[in-house]
Design a protein around this ligand. Structure first.
Ligand SMILES: Cc1ncc(COP(=O)(O)O)c(C=O)c1O
Length: 374
């Protein structure tokens, strides 16, 4: 079976991680110590920002960031409908209300126009999601809108480690950004996440919040209502080893993308999502859009029988069609026609760093053969 995603741990990296784990275990310092500090320093360097705060998930990173903006009941935060539940849930847990928008069918991202359309007197901020590793092409226009209206801008960069636009790194555009290190992501720490920011106030608040709201690591004073959102030292050590591989990982995934683009563009009935020329996409996901006469679920099922397991879509269903958000937000089916159309037709063939040319060719052949039959 060709899996949809797979973490990349060459043998020598596993050996290096083992050495670090031994050191950590014998030091007795298992959390928030020097590996975490070093990981934060290196990740901030990668994103070209002043600060990074390592936490135990991308979800925690989002919630901490949202809490720094001290949302009041009724305060609105604009997000695209095709995102992971955590983007919306973190707004609710931080006291605000998610306001969903439609997306651009060519990039799967939120647009400046959609943001503008959804601004009200209650809007406090915008979360942009870099879908599948592709930086939201309107990020700078959205940043200008946010500046004009006095709104905060957050990047949900859960997919976008090392992606960039005209040399500007994911994680450096907004007031703060959240990354995930879940095992399917292009680099992983097992479970984990990180916040990046240039804002010292957000940084100071995030450091307190992830550690129960303590004034400092060694203090007994609780000065904020925090939580246990700490990253473990072992996770940080894994992250440091993974970070050294990031350029190689992005190159490899882009090579797979090239092979896929060449061959998939010759097949009738599907079209790849293209990355604009001014961008480096880490290709967390490779996304194809099927013609509307093709049954995506049937295609996935047939591919699975051939040993090709596709990844989950980004995202199906979009949030406004998810039972809990329909209940909470009361949004009607048909409200976001682009997202409903394109998300229903998307399929994500396997992509991972250790994928061989044979695997890639097998996936392409399996698509060809299956599409001829269904
Ligand atoms: C867009 C997006 N935001 C947030 C998250 C949450 O990250 P985590 O699973 O590390 O909590 C994910 C995870 O897949 C994601 O895809």
């Amino acid at each position: 079976m060709i899996p949809p995603a797979k973490p990349y741990f060459p043998k020598e990296d596993i050996e290096e991680i083992k050495t670090h784990v031994e050191k950590i275990l014998s030091s007795g310092m298992l959390t928030l110590h020097k590996y975490t500090k070093e990981f934060e320093k290196r990740f901030a360097e990668l994103c070209n920002v002043k600060y990074a705060v390592a936490v135990n998930s991308g979800t925690a990173a989002l919630e901490i960031i949202l809490r720094t903006f001290k949302l009041e009941p009724g305060d609105e935060v604009i997000i695209p409908t095709n995102t992971f539940s955590a983007t919306a849930a973190s707004i609710i847990f931080a006291g605000g209300k998610p306001v969903l928008t439609d997306i651009d069918s060519d990039t799967l991202c939120i647009t400046a126009e959609e943001v503008q359309k959804h601004i009200t007197a209650k809007t406090k901020g915008v979360i942009v999601v870099h879908i599948g590793g592709l930086i939201c092409p309107d990020i700078k226009a959205i940043r200008e809108i946010c500046q004009d209206y006095g709104l905060f801008l957050v990047e949900d960069a859960a997919h976008a480690h090392g992606s960039s636009l005209n040399g500007e790194m994911a994680g450096s555009f907004g007031d703060a950004s959240a990354f995930s290190f879940y095992p399917t992501k292009v680099i992983t720490t097992g479970e984990g996440g990180i916040i990046t920011t240039n804002d010292v106030n957000i940084y100071n608040f995030a450091v307190k919040l992830r550690d129960q709201g303590k004034d400092s690591y060694t203090s007994n004073l609780i000065v904020e209502l925090g939580y246990n959102w700490r990253m473990q030292e072992i996770s940080a050590a894994i992250g440091l080893v993974q970070l050294k591989r990031l350029s190689e990982i992005i190159l490899k995934r882009n090579h797979i993308k090239k092979l896929y683009n060449n061959e998939f563009s010759k097949i009738d009935g599907l079209e790849p999502i293209r990355t604009p020329n001014n961008m480096v996409n880490n290709y967390y996901k490779y996304v194809l859009i099927l013609d509307s006469n093709i049954n995506r679920d049937k295609l996935k099922e047939e591919l699975k029988k051939k040993g090709v397991k596709c990844g989950s879509e980004v995202y199906w269903p979009p949030l406004h069609l998810q039972p809990i958000y329909q209940k909470i937000l009361n949004i009607q089916v048909g409200e976001f026609p682009n997202a409903e159309d394109v998300c229903r037709r998307m399929i994500c063939p396997p992509i991972y760093t250790s994928m061989t040319i044979e695997d890639v060719n097998y996936v392409i052949e399996s698509f060809k053969k299956t599409l001829e039959r269904i």
